[in-house]
Design a protein around this ligand. Structure first.
Ligand SMILES: [Zn+2]
Ligand SMILES: [Zn+2]
Length: 375
């Protein structure tokens, strides 16, 4: 499976900074870029790095309401205030910083649709909680949701798959397209009974013509690779093949990894590798390789760069050894004051039977809905 791969990166991604005490640490994106570089991926002939562009206001309005965009601009100039009930503080220049994140995702769409590259990764993107009229959960503008409408309007794409493997439900994207039959939205997340934003249950299947096209797979805290991959393999390849997308978008939040500071799943890099690998195969099988990968959550700094480096390597079809380069470890210590990880991939953690049997229950409930769905 061929296809060129692009990593979008700019040091200006670090401007998306909600404050020094905020759990979302922009340095994770720099550490990801630097680990990708130090593992030699950017020296490969078929992997390139490119700079993002800034989204225009017109583009942001593809998903967001004008009044809300005005509010972000106003707070951005002022440099203070809260953009939601408390999780998402405004900061000086937040409008520009979040417009760059959106612009990177739109640049990814343009690159893929030009046919020059097949796969693009925007590690700053995946801000899936923002709603048309408000910020939410650290997300000011919803770059995946804007990308969906951008692909629909600029490139006349009629069938898209958006898969979200962040530990939190991608509510902004799902509700934003809840009655839109052009988007098959698949969302694996920690069960909303235990974690923000408290939504994403199996009975939320979409409405009107989109009934059966929104799939929610809630997982118990403690869910590991075995239960997760069981649900993934049982459901996803089959549904995606039936839907026949023209492009695949994956939000690859790294907060589903074990020991995340805000979430409670227990995935290892193995799950990320397997999910990205399967979606990559499906993209080549069904849509000429068109695959846009977003970042997302991820609050334990020793995990995020590893998860996303493995994801990018998988997308580009490269095998990496598990060594963490010493220079990168030194930089990690310096920038975070924490101990660096000692291997790129994790060894497998053990699942418990409770999370596996809960996944079986969810699969059974979903099978009931899917039986009624005519793809
Ligand atoms: Zn490929
Ligand atoms: Zn998350």
């Amino acid at each position: 499976m061929g296809g060129r791969t692009t990593l979008l990166y700019s040091e200006r991604f670090l401007d998306y900074n909600l404050g020094s005490l905020h759990p979302l640490r922009p340095v994770r994106v720099k550490l990801t870029h630097d680990l990708i570089q130090s593992k030699g991926l950017l020296d490969e002939d078929d992997i390139e790095i490119a700079a993002p562009r800034v989204a225009s206001e017109e583009e942001i309005l593809l998903f967001h309401e004008k009044e809300y965009v005005r509010l972000v601009q106003k707070y951005s100039e002022k440099g203070s205030g809260l953009l939601d009930a408390g999780d998402t503080p405004a900061f000086k220049g937040c409008f520009e910083a979040t417009s760059l994140v959106v612009g990177a995702s739109l640049e990814a769409c343009d690159k893929i649709m030009s046919g020059k590259v097949s796969h693009v990764f925007n590690p700053s993107g995946g801000l899936h909680h923002a709603h048309p009229e408000r910020a939410s959960g650290f997300c000011i503008f919803n770059d995946p949701a804007i990308s969906v409408n951008y692909l629909k309007t600029k490139y006349m794409i009629r069938r898209l798959v958006y898969m979200d493997i962040d530990a939190h439900h991608g509510d902004g994207v799902m509700y934003g397209y809840y009655s839109d039959p052009s988007l098959l939205d698949i969302d694996f997340h920690e069960n909303g009974k235990y974690i923000f934003p408290g939504t994403g249950f199996p009975d939320e299947i979409g409405e009107n013509e989109a009934k059966g096209l929104k799939l929610n797979i809630p997982l118990l805290p403690g869910t590991g690779d075995e239960a997760y991959l069981k649900a993934f393999h049982k459901l996803i390849p089959d549904i995606v093949r039936k839907f026949r997308p023209e492009i695949i978008l994956v939000q690859c939040g790294a907060d589903g990894h074990a020991n995340d500071r805000l979430a409670h799943l227990r995935l290892t890099t193995n799950t990320y590798e397997e999910v990205v690998s399967e979606m990559h195969s499906l993209a080549h099988e069904l849509c000429e390789g068109r695959f846009l990968l977003f970042g997302g959550g991820g609050y334990t700094l020793a995990n995020v760069p590893r998860v996303w480096t493995v994801a990018l390597a998988t997308l580009a079809g490269k095998k990496l050894d598990d060594e963490i380069p010493e220079r990168w470890s030194g930089e990690f210590r310096e920038l975070t004051g924490e101990d660096p990880p000692n291997a790129l991939r994790d060894r497998l953690t053990n699942d418990d039977s409770k999370t596996i049997s809960e996944v079986d229950n969810v699969l059974e409930e979903l099978a009931g809905y899917l039986a009624k769905w005519r793809p």
